[in-house]
Design a protein around this ligand. Structure first.
Ligand code: NAD
Length: 287
């Protein structure tokens, strides 16, 4: 047999011959993501997932989590990607602007913002104070707005397309009792993401949110403790009850279940998806 000259070998194209659009996520282009609240939990899983997909990552969290930020950075670097840490409270407009600037100075042009940072509180609505409500919205809603806006301004200045992705929750579709301000804040993230999607489509920036169900993280531990106390049950009882009664797939989720969805939403495979809040809940919504 004669050796086949390289030029005659069939090289699968990653571009559609008809539309010229990218067909595969295995693109060699450099991608850089900021993931807020990525010292631990879902944010950390997203940061590691995107690093595995070839992104350089800016890891963000509040100062109390500085040690965990360093750990996340070390894990990303061990995957062969570049990582940069920036402490910022997402409820501060100025701090978020600095976060985006420091990411660009350290890692280069931005492609992706994952506004993941969030807080939760378990309280009956009749006990919720104005300060409770304000802090919940400052972090979970206004914080997402600051992240989307600062990233969008950067992408527009770069003249490049990009992806904005925010943390909603299953409670934005099916609220839980005792999670009033939290549920309201996550409904707000759905609405905010939709309006951003409409306004930024002309800039080729897509905006979507993810809505996890029950994910095994420190936040869920806090919620589970609170719900168990109010129901006069032991911690852990609630997880068993929910897994059995509420979750079709019969198990709570791990942060990587959510990171898989975010990896998809961040990828070029999701180029035609915008204004959506996608549920990843093991079937809670369908029970
Ligand atoms: P987590 O509490 O384990 O982690 C959240 C991280 O965000 C923490 O490291 C925290 O320090 C950081 N953070 C909090 N406030 C911040 C601020 N103002 N600025 C910057 N960072 C801040 O929570 P998680 O379970 O990993 O949740 C991540 C996101 O997913 C949140 O938005 C949460 O509401 C959402 N979510 C979680 C669940 C769940 O079951 N765990 C379900 C649905 C949605």
């Amino acid at each position: 047999l004669l050796p086949v000259p390289t030029i005659l070998r069939v090289i699968p194209s990653t571009y559609s011959p008809r539309t010229g659009r990218l067909l595969s996520t295995n693109t060699p282009e450099k991608r850089t993501a900021i993931v807020t609240g990525s010292a631990r939990g879902i944010g950390k899983a997203i940061a590691l997932r995107l690093a595995r997909d070839g992104y350089d990552i800016t890891v963000n969290d509040i100062s109390a989590q500085a040690a965990l930020v360093s750990e996340t950075i070390a894990e990303i670097k061990s995957l062969g990607r570049n990582a940069h840490g920036h402490i910022a409270d997402v409820s501060s407009e100025e701090a978020v602007a600095d976060l985006v600037n420091s990411s660009v100075s350290n890692l280069g042009p931005l492609t992706t913002m994952v506004a993941n940072a969030g807080i939760a509180q378990v309280k009956p609505l009749l006990d919720v104070t104005p300060a409770d409500f304000k802090r919940m919205f400052d972090v979970n809603v206004v914080g997402v707005h600051y992240c989307y806006r600062a990233a969008a301004k950067q992408l527009i200045a770069q003249g490049t397309p990009g992806k904005l992705i925010g943390a909603a929750s299953i409670v934005a579709f099916r609220p839980f009792a005792m999670l009033g301000p939290y549920s309201a804040s996550k409904w707000a993230v759905r609405g905010l993401s939709q309006v951003y999607a409409m306004e930024l489509a002309k800039n080729k920036i897509t905006v979507n949110a993810y809505a996890p169900g029950i994910v095994d993280t420190d936040m869920w531990e806090l919620i589970d403790d609170g719900l168990a106390q109010k129901a006069g049950r032991k911690r852990g009882d609630m997880i068993r009850k929910y897994s059995h009664d509420l979750i079709s797939l019969g198990r709570t989720s791990v942060p990587e279940d959510v990171a898989n969805l975010v990896g998809f939403l961040a990828s070029r495979d999701a180029d035609y998806i915008t204004g959506q809040t996608m549920i990843v809940d093991g079937g809670i919504i369908s029970t």
